[in-house]
Design a protein around this ligand. Structure first.
Ligand code: MLT
Length: 257
C-alpha cells in the first residue's frame, strides 16, 4: 500500500507552485509568501517527512527520498507539472527532483541554496549539531544556528517567528535531515541539464549559502535569472518578504511558468 501524501496547505488557483521549506523549520516558514502568491497561483506548501505535521512519518535517509515524496504528492494531487520553489534545504530537494523527475517540472526557484556537496567543515558542523540536539535539545541548537539563519539586522519579530517554528520540530526529524543533507551528492554537474526557466534568489548577507556560491550556480544553469535580496540574510523570504515576493511574482510573469 502506498503511504499517504505529505501533509500540506493548498491555496489559490492557477498554475501550481510547490514551496519546499528550509531546515530546521516547516511549511510555516512560507507564511509571508502564501497570501501574496496564492492571489495569483495555486500554492502548495508541504511539510517534509519528519517535520511539522509530518513529524510522525518515518524519517527519510536521503534528500532524493524527500524529492520522491514531492513526486508522490504531485501524483496524489493529480498535478502533471509544477514550479518548485526551494528554500535552502528545500532547494537541495528541488535540485534532486529536477534530476530525478524532470518531466514533472515547469519552472524552478532556488532560494538561498547551493548545488555543491558539503565541505569537510560543513559536514563536521552537522555532526556537532546532531550531538547538540541529542544532548541539549532544539533550544540549544537554535541559540547557535539562529544568528546564521538571519542577518544581524533581522527584527525581533522575525527572529521569534523562526525560533518558534524550529522549537516545534521533533529532534528525530532534525537529526535525520542533518544526516540526509550531509550525504547529499554534488549536483553541480546536473545543473546544465535543467531545461526549465530558473530563478536564483539569495540574501545579500547570506552566511550559509553566500552570494558567491550562488553566482557559480547561475553560471552553470542554462536559463537562470539571479536576484540578490538587499540587506537580507539566509532566510531572505523572512527578512525581506516584500522584495522576495516581488522578485518571484515578476519572474513568474516573465518566465510564464
Ligand atoms: C537550511 O536553511 O535549510 C539549512 O541551513 C541548509 C543547510 O544546513 O545546509
Amino acid at each position: 500500500m502506498s503511504s499517504p501524501p505529505l501533509p500540506h496547505d493548498d491555496n489559490g488557483q492557477g498554475a501550481p507552485l510547490v514551496l519546499l521549506h528550509a531546515f530546521p523549520v516547516d511549511a510555516r516558514i512560507w507564511d509571508p509568501q502564501r497570501p501574496a502568491l496564492s492571489s495569483k497561483r495555486r500554492v502548495i506548501t508541504p511539510d517534509f517527512a519528519g517535520f511539522g505535521r509530518a513529524r510522525a512519518l518515518a524519517t527519510r535517509t536521503s534528500i532524493d527520498t524527500h524529492a520522491d515524496d514531492i513526486h508522490a504528492l504531485l501524483d496524489a494531487l493529480e498535478i502533471p507539472k509544477a514550479t518548485l520553489i526551494g528554500l535552502s534545504m528545500g532547494g537541495y530537494v528541488a535540485l534532486a527532483f529536477a534530476r530525478r523527475h524532470p518531466e514533472r517540472l515547469s519552472g524552478l526557484v532556488l532560494a538561498d541554496t547551493r548545488a555543491g556537496a558539503d565541505s569537510p567543515e560543513v559536514s563536521a558542523g552537522r555532526l556537532a549539531m546532531i550531538a547538540k540536539v541529542e544532548a541539549e535539545g532544539m533550544a540549544a541548537l537554535m541559540d547557535g544556528l539562529l544568528p546564521r539563519l538571519l542577518s544581524a539586522a533581522a527584527t525581533p519579530e522575525v527572529k521569534e517567528h523562526v525560533r518558534r517554528i524550529a522549537l516545534d520540530q521533533a529532534p528525530t526529524g532534525v537529526i535525520a535531515a542533518q544526516r540526509a543533507m550531509r550525504d547529499r551528492p554534488d549536483q553541480t554537474q546536473a545543473l546544465g541539464a535543467i531545461d526549465v526557466p530558473t530563478l536564483v534568489i539569495v540574501g545579500e548577507h547570506d552566511a550559509i549559502t553566500p552570494p558567491a556560491d550562488t553566482a557559480r550556480m547561475v553560471e552553470a544553469l542554462r536559463c537562470a535569472t539571479l536576484e540578490i535580496v538587499k540587506g537580507a540574510g539566509h532566510l531572505s523570504n523572512q527578512e525581506a518578504p516584500q522584495a522576495f515576493n516581488a522578485a518571484l511574482l515578476a519572474w513568474l510573469d516573465r518566465a510564464g511558468c
